[in-house]
Design a protein around this ligand. Structure first.
Ligand SMILES: *Cc1c(COP(=O)(O)O)cnc(C)c1O
Length: 372
């Protein structure tokens, strides 16, 4: 039996995608081979990677002066590649880059960049446990770039409005947990990057969307694999790319296109999230710790509202366990923040969210009966 999987990543994939991959497992597109067995230089695989890129370009409306790269190393490697390619210097004074600190991943990105550039933190929401997106001071026009994490996977916030920057300062964003969840104006960014395992496909592929003029700036000593021009120059085939992952991403994009594209997906995501937040805000037992204007559509943390710490933890553990027993799995919050979290990416159907709410209502009701 399939469960409703609320995992933050790797996360649920659409069932039709898994079924298609299964049907093509031993013979993909009449090649007599699995995609896992194909040469990445073969005509069959070339058709797969080209189709995947074309679909991503179409669905995200990526302008022609941007390149799409399929890399490895996760979003975490981009934490290093971005500063190495945009701002590291061979010698002389270091350049400066701005990092807005909106959560654990944003902080990690800034920490990695600090090895190569001077990092400025123009704003942080760390004072209130990252439960909101901070307002920004006027941007530093001399910054090499400005980095934001568009959707904060662990704390469940998202930027409602992009920062306004001078044209000379590229905006760079980690969109690992929100890519293709809502329309996004790619032309506002210099670089977008996303690990695939949240909203795109299996773990192991990282998608990078980069404006052409930002390619080719890495200092000479930068390892060849960490330079964007290496991958851009070879169509993501400098070395063996994550072939099977790219193929599954292609299937996910086809599925998304058939559902009506990103706008239709955004409507669906809005409906799912609204239903869940409405329930949380009306519940006597559960609550959302995130300030309303900044609530994520993709990752929804929640806690039990009980003063007593030990009793709260007990009840939360019990909730996660009983939910799993009812086929609603991976609802524990991130180990750093505790509580619960429902990740409801594109692949989570409305029925899954309704099933979770119904379970939470029953759990709350049972609690009331337990206490009388
Ligand atoms: C999951 C996640 C990461 C880490 O991704 P890896 O692919 O495991 O390196 C980074 N940033 C965000 C926003 C994430 O959700």
């Amino acid at each position: 039996m399939r469960v409703y999987n609320f995992s933050p990543g790797p996360s649920a994939l659409p069932l039709p995608v898994l079924e298609k991959a299964a049907a093509e497992m031993t013979d993909a597109c009449g090649s007599g081979q699995s995609v896992m067995e194909m040469s990445h230089r073969s005509r069959d695989f070339k058709a797969i990677i080209e189709k995947t890129e074309a679909l991503l370009r179409e669905l995200m409306d990526i302008p022609p002066n941007y390149r799409v790269l399929f890399l490895q190393g996760g979003a975490s490697l981009q934490f290093a590649m971005v500063p190495l390619n945009l701002a590291a210097v061979e010698s002389g004074p270091r350049k400066r880059a701005a990092y807005v600190e909106t959560g654990v991943w944003a902080k990690k990105a800034a920490g990695e960049a600090a090895k190569y550039v001077d990092t400025a933190i123009p704003a942080s929401s760390g004072d209130r446990a990252y439960s909101y997106i901070p307002g920004l001071p006027p941007p530093d026009a001399a910054a090499a770039y400005y980095h934001i994490t568009l959707n904060n996977t662990i704390v469940g916030t998202k930027w409602a409005k992009l920062p306004e920057l001078p044209g000379t300062v590229p905006l760079v964003s980690d969109i690992s947990s929100c890519i293709l969840s809502e329309p996004l104006d790619v032309s506002r960014f210099g670089i977008l990057y996303a690990g695939a395992q949240k909203n795109l496909g299996p773990a192991g592929t990282t998608v990078v969307i980069i404006r052409e003029d930002l390619i080719g700036r890495a200092p000479g000593r930068t390892p060849v694999m960490l330079r964007y021009e290496t991958h851009a120059g070879e169509g993501s085939m400098y070395n063996t790319p994550p072939c099977y992952g790219i193929y599954v991403i292609g299937l996910v994009l086809e599925w998304l296109k058939n559902l009506g594209g990103v706008k239709a997906m955004a409507d669906r995501n809005q409906e799912k999230a609204e239903l869940f937040y409405r329930y949380l805000d009306s519940s006597g037992l559960f609550r959302s710790p995130v300030e309303k204007p900044f609530r994520s559509l993709m990752n929804i943390p929640f806690t039990v509202s009980l003063e007593d710490e030990a009793r709260r933890k007990d009840l939360e553990d019990r909730f996660v366990k009983e939910a799993a027993g009812a086929g609603l799995v991976n609802l524990a919050g991130h180990r750093l923040v505790g509580g619960m979290r429902a990740s409801i990416y594109n692949a989570m159907p409305l029925e899954g969210v309704k099933a979770l709410i119904a379970f939470m209502e029953r759990f709350e009701e049972a609690g009331r009966n337990r206490h009388v």
